[in-house]
Design a binder for this molecule. Structure first.
Ligand code: NAP
Length: 672
């Protein structure tokens, strides 16, 4: 087979490798299977992204982009096999593919769903509530987020050629920014195949996605403050790239996900024979062997109360791991990405070996179905560090392969100190069933970790695994891990948007944010707004109801009818003694029910259902004899399906003195 010519995709054209291209060897056989690299016109790429891709994306809404992500996810879901077939050459097994390829597609699905549920069907994302900035309310403030007007440059590590791209692409596209993706050369042929599938689908606008296979030339020198770099790789490369003068002088955001000495702590309660002890061993073996240990989240340091039983159990489990051609069903661990990577891992392991004893992995590697010399195979290697306080390298040297070190702790404080010696990690896991242990470790280690993963017999069946970053949860860690914070749901989208404080009158804030702000003009409805379909109901449309007097009989009737005979409603003397009540007062829920009775239009119509209340506050007690009326205003609209959309109403209840007694947001589903 001639080597795969890994193309770049620049300004709408596929560019083949040129004379400067680098050969890429199969991890399994060592044969050259691909080549990548060409001199590219990076300025044309930046122009294309900024002038074509960005405007096209920004013309769509968050929901349009979420639908694109879902369509892409469905498109890729039907084309996984060719990606699996290619990926075996990276040394990955079929179960490794599930993390990379299926995991990447799953991330697209999650962002598609979050975009529709948690973002508006518009172009402005509102961040937080309106801030009152003046006494009379004529001048207010709020924060909005809009897409940055540059390009997101994604530089990825070799270990996840598909997930690594998609987990960055999903939040970027959802924000409305175009991306230039640069995979690590060693596995760029897999990323290229995936990019071809994405582009062939014709779902993304022109300029939304470009690909650099090979070096980036002087791309980084040409970035500005509207661009973003999101980097995954080693700490050394991150430092070099973020020191680019244009990045420093232009304050170009640089998100870094870099190496990490992740810890796993076995609780003192998790003694041999407990389910927690076994869970710890299962996850440790999985973490050492999955992706042949080339996982940024892998457990590098196993911090345990008593090392000996852990070492013995791991020795026997690791001895059962079958290594070899990752295409074979009987193989559990494939190869490292390359023989250079194997050399690098062995060098790092030797450094660790200066402070720790190798207790597993010293013998020859039995390799099934492949040549151990030409393929990049390596056995799992387990070290025991007897003096982790004196050691420095075991806490600082990342051997990016199937290598882990066991170390003992004296008490929980010591375990916490050891975990934090990683100087900032992506994840630490804790195996305990003791809530006090969990809390002490969380408080002691959270500042040093991006994610803490607790597991025990109660959560084991559904726990997602120490090593699996989830799109819903923050992925990234402080300090040595790079200080990045990818994913985490909509938090991950914010990297690609600018947060801007907007100050002005209520009318202007309403127009800018597409959401009614109290104090803004009310649109007097020509008929009850419940008669209006979703598509024609207007933001700001308002009705003011008649007033209803609240009587003592109403309160007593409601109390006996519902069973809520709380003394504040029923016992004048006790109510008076309460610092909040002038005497017996109406139930808050009675007021809500009366409010509905005042504003509801009863006949069948476009309002399909009341789906909830948000931000409910009872502001002032209502006494028998008070008269309550309601203002109901359309605050915001979000289309949910082709048949209906959600209307968010701002509701204020006032008394006879025009004082607000309750305020909330009511949600209804309205037919389109
Ligand atoms: P790497 O050598 O640092 O390379 C990372 C990326 O940077 C590759 O795409 C590489 O491209 C590119 N690169 C290198 N020099 C560059 C330059 N001068 N200009 C532009 N791009 C440049 O890391 P790796 O060996 O691929 O990955 C292993 C490391 O990544 C490990 O340390 C691991 O912990 C870390 N990692 C972290 C995470 C995380 O989420 N925190 C995830 C996975 C991996 P070329 O391949 O073309 O050189």
């Amino acid at each position: 087979m001639p080597p795969i010519q890994v193309h770049s995709y620049t300004a709408g054209a596929w560019i083949p490798p040129d004379a400067s291209a680098r050969p890429i060897a199969s991890a399994v056989t060592g044969e050259v299977i691909a080549q990548a690299g060409a001199a590219l016109d990076v300025q044309a790429m930046l122009d294309h992204a900024r002038q074509v891709g960005g405007p096209a994306l920004r013309a769509t809404t968050f929901h349009d982009r979420a639908r694109m992500l879902k369509a892409l996810a469905l498109h890729l879901s039907e084309r996984k096999q060719p990606l699996y077939d290619l990926s075996f050459n990276t040394g990955a097994t079929q179960s490794d593919h599930l993390i990379d390829i299926d995991g990447g597609i799953g991330t697209l699905f999650v962002y598609a769903s979050k975009g529709r549920r948690e973002m508006p069907d518009g172009q402005v994302f509102l961040d937080g509530p309106v801030e009152p900035l003046s006494r009379k309310g004529t001048f207010q403030g709020r924060h909005i987020c809009v897409p940055k007007q540059g390009v997101a440059v994604h530089i990825n590590a070799f270990n996840f050629p598909v997930w690594g791209m998609l987990e960055k692409l999903a939040p970027t596209l959802l924000a409305g920014m175009p991306a230039i993706v640069k995979p690590a050369t060693a596995s760029a042929y897999v990323t290229e195949a995936c990019v071809r599938m994405i582009l062939d689908a014709g779902i993304l606008p022109d300029g939304a996605l470009q690909l650099i296979a090979g070096p980036t030339g002087d791309l980084l020198d040409r970035l500005t403050g509207q661009d973003v770099v999101s980097f995954t790789g080693s700490a050394g490369t991150a430092l070099q790239l973020k020191s680019t003068p244009a990045i420093l002088s232009g304050a170009v955001p640089f998100i870094a996900e870099q190496d990490s000495l992740n810890a796993a702590i076995l609780g003192a309660d998790a003694t041999p024979g407990t389910p927690e002890f076994d869970l710890f061993l299962d996850e440790a073996v999985r973490e050492i062997t999955t992706k042949t240990g080339q996982k940024c989240t892998a457990m590098r340091r196993l911090i345990v109360p008593d090392p000996q039983p852990v070492i013995e159990a791991l020795q026997s489990r690791l001895a059962a791991i079958r290594i070899g051609d990752p295409r074979r069903d009987d193989v559990q661990m494939g190869a490292l990405i390359s023989t250079e990577q194997r050399r690098d891992v062995l060098e790092k392991a030797q450094i660790i070996g200066g402070e720790a004893e190798l207790v597993f992995g010293s013998g020859d590697t039995a390799v099934i179905g492949a040549d151990p010399e030409t393929g990049a195979f390596l056995p799992p290697m387990l070290y025991h560090c007897a003096d982790p306080d004196a050691a420095t390298q075991v806490h600082a040297t990342e051997a990016f392969g199937p290598v882990s070190t066991v170390m003992g702790y004296r008490d929980l404080g010591h375990a916490i100190d050891l975990a934090n010696r990683g100087q900032g990690s992506l994840v630490a896991s804790v195996f305990t069933r003791d809530p006090a242990t969990a809390r002490q470790i969380a408080l002691g280690t959270a500042a040093f970790h991006g994610r803490l993963y607790f597991n025990n017999r109660d959560s084991a069946a559904e726990a997602t695994g120490h090593g699996a970053p989830l799109p819903h949860m923050v992925h990234g860690g402080p300090g040595r891990a790079g200080g990045g914070e990818e994913q985490g749901g909509i938090r991950g989208v914010m990297h690609y948007m600018q947060r801007t404080a907007i100050q002005g009158s209520s009318d202007l804030l309403t127009a800018i944010g597409d959401a009614w702000v109290p104090g803004a003009d009310e649109i007097k409805a020509d008929e009850h707004p419940f008669r209006h379909n979703f598509s024609c109901i207007k933001i700001g449309e308002t009705i003011h109801t008649e007033a209803r007097q609240i009587t003592l009989e109403d309160i007593e009737h409601f109390a006996h009818f519902t069973g809520d005979t709380f003394y504040g409603h029923m016992d004048e003397e006790a109510a008076k003694a309460n610092p909040f009540f002038p005497g017996r007062v109406a139930h808050g829920y009675l007021l809500l029910s009366f409010a509905a009775g005042l504003f509801v239009d009863p006949d069948p119509g476009p309002v399909l259902a009341n789906t909830g209340l948000d931000t409910l506050r009872f502001l002032k007690p209502v006494s028998p004899g008070d008269r309550v009326s309601v203002r109901l205003t359309v605050k915001q609209k979000t289309k949910r399906t082709d048949d209906y959309g959600e209307v968010r109403w701002h509701v204020t209840l006032t008394n006879q003195d025009a004082e607000a007694v309750a305020e909330y947001e009511l949600l209804t589903m309205n037919a389109l």
